[in-house]
Design a protein around this ligand. Structure first.
Ligand code: HEC
Length: 138
């Protein structure tokens, strides 16, 4: 009977991590998309495609809003540090800072100002780094 209980609880643990596998994959895909958005900006400035830059900023801001929901309790991965769940308010506020910087990028693209766009990209990059330093393991 005890053995059966143990088997059941091991099974439950496995199911829990399997349940989070999707959310972990999805958040990684979104983070990779962020990198692609930022990398494309230099070329988009050259092409005068400010619409695309604004859309990229909006996309990053949108993701930053949802980001905390993609880090439910128990969704540890090789890339996470457990302090995320010990200080989730700080995690949340770093996501908010990321969102605000992304909205500044959208704004700079809206007025088609290359200098401001590059400054906004730098600032935005710092908000990524700030969260990674506290909460990302590699
Ligand atoms: C509020 C915190 C936070 C912010 C803001 C944030 N990240 Fe991350 N990022 C993480 C965490 C935590 C992970 C690890 C996720 C995992 O491996 O499960 C991660 C992972 C990544 C990865 C690795 C994805 C993979 O395939 O393993 C990349 C690339 C990345 N982030 C880029 C960015 C960029 C670019 C920005 C800014 C535009 C950004 N991140 C903003 C917390 C953040």
């Amino acid at each position: 009977m005890k053995h059966l209980f143990l088997t059941a609880s091991i099974l439950a643990t496995c199911l829990a991590s399997a349940a989070h596998a999707g959310v972990i994959e999805n958040r990684k895909a979104k983070f990779k998309e962020n990198v692609a958005i930022l990398r494309a900006i230099q070329t988009q400035i050259g092409e005068g495609d400010f619409e695309a830059i604004a859309a990229g900023g909006r996309n990053i801001a949108d993701w930053a809003t949802k980001m905390p929901d993609f880090f439910p309790e128990g969704s540890e991965s090789a890339g996470t540090i457990d302090t995320i769940w010990l200080d989730f308010d700080d995690f949340r506020s770093k996501a908010t800072a990321n969102k605000q910087a992304a909205l500044q990028l959208e704004k700079a693209a809206g007025i088609k100002d290359a200098g401001r766009i590059m400054a906004a990209v730098q600032k935005l990059g710092r908000t990524c780094k700030s969260c990674h330093q506290s909460f990302k393991s590699n």
